[in-house]
Design a protein around this ligand. Structure first.
Ligand code: XMP
Length: 508
């Protein structure tokens, strides 16, 4: 185990992720973790994260000298490096004019274990104002930049290393190698940790926490909720009940796919609440997007509540919160429950004692890897994001069962052609929208007056901004020809070529 001690840096989990990429197990703990607890964990190495503070501020997070007396290798990053220098008797100075930010050329001393096989000059990501003007006794400087006299330092006998830059971010192209050197060459890690082992550890931890308690999970069919349900089911089997609310606003076949995956593959109780009529009733007469979203969100809670009532009080509620959600809702504070628009307010209507969030530390691609390992089918693991209100916000204006059925067919054809063209993993989100607009067309010898369907495809890394996907014309052509031929009531297809901003990804 490698321990990542968190001093409040914005990249703390990224460090953990990089360590896991080296197949080394690690845990992130607060800098406040008592020394006794650290000793009991028996880590082979400790990494101090960066942090926004200056070591001289009264309130800045600190550690005592004792942690350096455990005989455990330590790597300090950014603030962590300055703290190491400060605690061990070096000097940290503050000179605003020396502030260094961004990609920086760093001269490396290749005799350091950390840098042994790198170039003598590497690009590294810097973000600091304070700097180490004098390293502690026994240390030597192993890297410098034009403005920073100590870009890295070490005391090799004691296995203490510090870097002023951030090896964990992609902007430091060989940062991962440097971390690898610390893990393998300094801490002696063997790199035998895998997702299989992580699953075993999580299963153990969940079993221990749950005991013989009852667990409830709201399964949406999205990647995160599917993976978390599969994991908890592996851990506690029939003590878990998964409630899947079928709103009638899912994509074609989706409800059956979710049911099939869970009802047959996993040994837990699976409840499918067929609430289509309830949702369509609530949506009658509503055409404003916000009203529709609110109606769907509220009805979702009502349906879930009704199902939860049948089950009775439970001890634990499972949520598929993943690390990016944790960042969004305020770093690392475990008391925050994400007010996710899918399940907004859910915990407050269900009688439960505690939340279980076993994916909290994982990034999306790690969640997918876990899903595959747990035996979930590809179509669930690689599912693109789908908004909580579902097709309810992709049928513009009033939502009716007929319109949803038209959209489901058209969307299905679009997705099928994108997959056939091999574009399904490169376009991050793609779907069809049934606009409320109708226009005149000609079919055979007759006049038609039918709906216009919009196709949307975007490329994005974070869904906060997005560009429209350059889908080849031939693919668009096949989609268009098929949809107007195979789906009744659509006689015109348009492709959305706006980026976000100014447009959003969804139309409503
Ligand atoms: P927008 O339309 O805001 O969408 O550009 C950004 C991403 O969020 C998804 N989205 C939602 N997801 N509940 C969700 O879980 C919602 O109410 C919701 N609205 C939008 C959208 O599909 C895109 O991936």
């Amino acid at each position: 185990l490698v321990l990542v001690l968190d001093f409040g840096g914005q990249y703390n989990q990224l460090i953990a992720r990089r360590v896991r990429e080296h197949h080394v197990y690690c845990e992130v703990k607060s800098y406040k973790t008592p020394l006794e607890e650290i000793k009991a964990m028996n880590p082979v190495g400790i990494i101090f994260t960066g942090g926004p503070n200056s070591v001289y501020e009264e309130t800045s997070p600190r550690c005592g000298r004792e942690i350096f007396e455990l005989g455990i290798p330590v790597l300090g990053i950014c603030y962590g490096c300055q703290l190491m220098a400060h605690v061990l008797g070096g000097t940290v100075s503050n000179a605003a004019e020396k502030s260094e930010y961004g990609k920086t050329r760093v001269k490396l001393d290749k005799s350091s274990k950390l840098f042994s096989d790198l170039e003598s000059e590497e690009i590294c990501w810097m973000s600091h104002t304070d700097f180490i003007s004098q390293v502690p006794e026994g240390f030597r400087v192993t890297a410098t930049t034009d403005t920073c006299p100590t870009a890295a330092m070490e005391c090799a006998e004691k296995n203490f290393y510090g870097v002023q830059f951030h090896p964990e971010v992609n902007h430091t192209p060989h940062g991962t190698d440097m971390l690898g050197h610390f893990l393998y060459d300094v801490c002696g890690c063997t790199g035998d940790w895998t997702m299989t082992r992580y699953i075993e550890q999580q299963v153990e931890a969940i079993r221990e926490k749950v005991g013989d308690g009852k667990v409830l999970c709201a399964l949406s069919g999205g990647v995160d909720s599917s993976v978390v349900a599969a994991l908890v089911s592996k851990a506690v089997g029939r003590q878990l009940t998964c409630v899947f609310v079928d709103t009638g606003l899912m994509r074609k076949n989706e409800g059956d796919e979710v049911e099939q995956a869970f009802a047959t593959r996993f040994d837990s109780n699976f409840v499918r609440a067929n609430a289509q009529d309830r949702f369509f009733n609530k949506l009658k007469g509503l055409s404003d997007p916000e009203d529709k979203r609110k109606a769907i969100g509220e009805e979702f809670i009502r349906v879930f509540e009704d199902e939860a009532r049948k089950i009775g009080a439970v001890d634990f509620l499972v949520q598929g919160t993943i690390y990016p959600d944790v960042i969004e809702s305020g770093l690392g504070d475990s008391a925050v429950i994400k007010s996710h628009h899918n399940v907004g307010g859910l915990p407050s209507v269900v009688d439960f004692k505690e939340l279980i969030e076993p994916l909290r530390l994982l990034f999306k691609d790690e969640v997918r890897a876990m899903g595959l390992e747990l035996g979930l089918p590809d179509y669930l693991v690689w599912r693109q994001p789908f908004p909580g209100p579902g097709l309810g916000i992709r049928v513009l204006g009033e939502v009716t069962p007929d319109k949803v059925a038209i959209l489901q067919e058209a969307d299905w054809i679009f997705r099928e052609e994108i997959a056939k063209a091999g574009l399904d993993r490169s376009i991050n989100q793609y779907f069809a929208v049934l606009t409320g607009m109708r226009s005149v067309g000609v079919m055979g010898d007759g006049r038609t007056y039918d709906y216009t369907l919009a196709l949307r495809g975007v490329t994005t890394s974070d869904f906060m901004t997005a560009d429209w996907a350059r889908i080849p014309y031939e693919v668009l052509d096949r989609v268009s020809v098929r949809i107007v031929n195979e789906v009744k009531h659509i006689n015109r297809i348009v492709y959305d070529i706006t980026s976000k901003p100014p447009a959003t990804i969804e139309w409503e």
